[in-house]
Design a protein around this ligand. Structure first.
Ligand code: COA
Length: 259
């Protein structure tokens, strides 16, 4: 199934959805029309019940060059708050998306673009990717979750350096900092992420969703709440088809046939 907005496309192939920001002339910067489309596209992917959502950018230069600076330059405080709220909502919908989300970072990922990648479960970068929370040089700070999600991923010191200096770092440095999980050749990015997505799509659905939810708790809840969630969620998986099948397959020395 293909669904298209003017600047966003959603391609759903069985259990894998690919969401592409498609404004290459503006390096996929997120104007309000694109933000509205992005919200709808993520909701459509959720309705389609996919197991994996891949987020990427059109063209061969940019993942997402950030929030739209031209649009932002004359915003009032109230308008800025509405834009921040929409950005937060989109990032949160990626973070809480029931399936696994993968940012295929195919080029520039600055400001809000870097924050969209941070909100995904996993980040794979092309060797051409350049990432950064560059807001400081625009007289602002990260406003779509970067001050909270970046330190969780790279640690406090590195996050402070990236946000204070606004550095633009290449894929290799991003990997060194743990900002991306992997760097691949530019022309291999799409096929590599597709392979990852197919592998994840074959995993048992309830278990994968539960794992994501429990890992999110690690970042969002006190330790005792997270541990309690894990204990209850773990027990809740017993009796599901995939738990019975996965364990029976191991004992019977055969491949499992998950639902
Ligand atoms: N918002 C709005 N438009 C943007 C944009 C953004 N964040 N990033 C790029 N564009 C637009 C440019 O204005 C330009 O439009 P034009 O052709 O109508 O003039 C077009 O995309 C191409 O960008 P350009 O700067 O000419 O390309 P480049 O290859 O020389 O540089 C970047 C690419 C990404 C290094 C540079 O565009 C840049 O630094 N962008 C801002 C990144 C940023 O700080 N983002 C965080 C925002 S919170």
């Amino acid at each position: 199934m293909d669904t298209d907005w003017e600047t966003v496309s959603l391609d759903i192939d069985d259990d894998v959805a690919t969401l592409t920001i498609d404004r290459p002339d503006s390096l996929n910067a997120l104007n309000t029309e694109t933000m509205d489309a992005l919200e709808e596209a993520i909701a459509a992917a959720e309705d389609a019940d996919v197991q994996v959502l891949v987020l990427t950018g059109a063209g061969d230069k940019a993942f997402i060059a950030g929030a739209d600076i031209e649009y932002m330059q004359s915003l009032s405080t109230e308008e800025a708050e509405a834009y921040a709220t929409q950005g937060h909502d989109i990032c949160r919908s990626l973070e809480t998306f029931p399936g696994v989300t993968i940012a295929a970072v195919n080029g520039y990922a600055f400001g809000g673009g870097c924050e969209m990648a941070l909100a995904c479960d996993l980040r794979v970068a092309s060797e051409r990717a350049v990432l950064g929370q560059t807001e400081i040089d625009l007289g602002i700070v990260p406003g779509w979750g970067g001050t909270q999600r970046l330190p969780a991923l790279v640690g406090d010191e590195v996050a402070r350096r990236l946000i204070f200096f606004g550095d633009r770092i290449d894929a290799g440095d991003a990997y060194e900092h743990g900002l991306v999980g992997e760097v691949v050749a530019h022309d291999q990015l799409e096929s590599h992420v597709a392979e990852m997505a197919d592998e994840l799509a074959a995993k048992p659905t309830f278990a994968l969703r539960t794992a994501k939810e429990a890992l999110n708790k690690y970042h969002e809840a006190p330790r005792d709440v997270g541990l309690d969630f894990e204990r209850r969620a773990w027990s809740g998986l017993f009796g599901t088809h995939d738990q019975r099948e996965g364990m029976a397959a191991f004992v019977e020395k055969r491949d499992p046939d998950f639902e």
